[in-house]
Write a protein that binds this ligand. Structure first.
Ligand code: NAD
Length: 287
């Protein structure tokens, strides 16, 4: 029987803990505060940002959305990020991606100080991930952290396993490969130029897809010899405008031992990780 890797039980259990931690901070005179800088009106970004704010409010944190016009100049955008991220009342800060085309070449990596970079993109946070520093000493990128949490919650041990990741973006595939390597998995990181992707996938104990292509991962990615665990990171809309993952869920569910659905799988865990990172950043102020 295929196990469904749902995020809801994880989020529900974690919310209790997040509320407790926020309450302790409040008793120390501090309300965790996230600031999101958003440029333009990208529909998906507006939705993600609203969801982050709603989630913050669920556990007693504040989330400010600094909405800048699509046409904001590079200089004004950088000023807004600097001013916001240096506000002592702000504990965690992030830039909502993607940015409008004319801002894409801006050097952003170190703009938000590492101790407020709860997305985990600052070189110091990336380096800490690379050298496998203790989790409490840096911020791990949210989607990889959420995926690890999902595997841990369902007692899926990655040590010694062959994990095949499809998609090498800087926010998902690459940091995830590092995180899982640190947990003693043997990782193969695949991408659009990988040859013979299917035969690599056939050897996976755990297959993780972060491509951004609706239902591309079909039966041909699975062999009769293995029933891998599948984690679907994709967040896509099909031709009927229905939310779906990279994996053709109905076609493959009987070929795998466990699978995370879309919606209901990885998505909410990214926001949960962000909330955990925000609390970690706020708690660093009272230690
Ligand atoms: P990206 O566009 O930056 O990277 C996509 C990667 O997929 C690239 O490395 C590319 O080489 C690879 N790829 C594309 N087509 C391929 C193919 N046919 N075969 C093999 N590899 C291929 O994407 P991203 O920002 O990492 O996002 C990927 C997907 O994950 C998107 O659907 C995105 O919406 C979703 N996402 C979800 C969450 C979440 O919280 N659930 C978070 C981040 C991204």
């Amino acid at each position: 029987m295929t196990e469904l890797l749902l995020s809801k039980p994880i989020v529900d259990a974690s919310l209790v803990n997040l509320r407790k931690r926020a309450e302790i901070l409040k008793n120390n005179g501090l309300i965790p505060r996230l600031a999101i800088i958003l440029a333009g009106q990208n529909q998906a970004s507006l939705t993600y940002t609203r969801n982050k704010k709603l989630f913050c409010e669920k556990f007693g944190a504040i989330c400010d959305i600094i909405q800048l016009p699509e046409t904001v100049s590079g200089g004004s955008f950088l000023d807004a990020v600097r001013t916001t991220s240096r506000d002592p009342l702000v504990h965690g800060c992030l830039i909502q991606l993607p940015l409008p085309e004319h801002l894409k070449d801006l050097e952003l990596d170190t703009l938000i100080p590492a101790h407020k970079d709860i997305d985990g993109f600052h070189p110091l946070n990336m380096h800490a991930l690379m050298r496998d520093a203790p989790a409490s000493t840096y911020f791990c990128p949210c989607t990889p952290k959420g995926i690890l949490g999902l595997l841990e919650f369902y007692n899926i041990n990655v040590s010694g396993k062959h994990v095949v990741i499809i998609g090498r973006s800087s926010i998902v595939g690459k940091p995830l490969a590092m995180l899982l390597t640190n947990k003693n998995a043997t990782v193969t990181l695949c991408h659009s130029k990988t040859s013979d992707l299917r035969s690599i996938a056939h050897g996976a104990d755990i297959l993780i897809s972060a491509i951004g292509h609706a239902r591309l991962i079909d039966q041909s990615f699975f062999s009769t010899k293995k029933q891998p665990v599948v984690v679907d990171v994709g967040t896509n809309f099909d031709s009927d405008n229905k939310l779906c993952g990279d994996v053709d869920f109905d076609a493959v569910r009987d070929l795998v031992s466990a699978i995370s659905p879309v919606p209901g799988g990885v998505g909410p865990l990214t926001i949960l990780s962000l909330a955990q990172n925000l609390l970690q950043a706020a708690e660093n102020n009272v230690k």
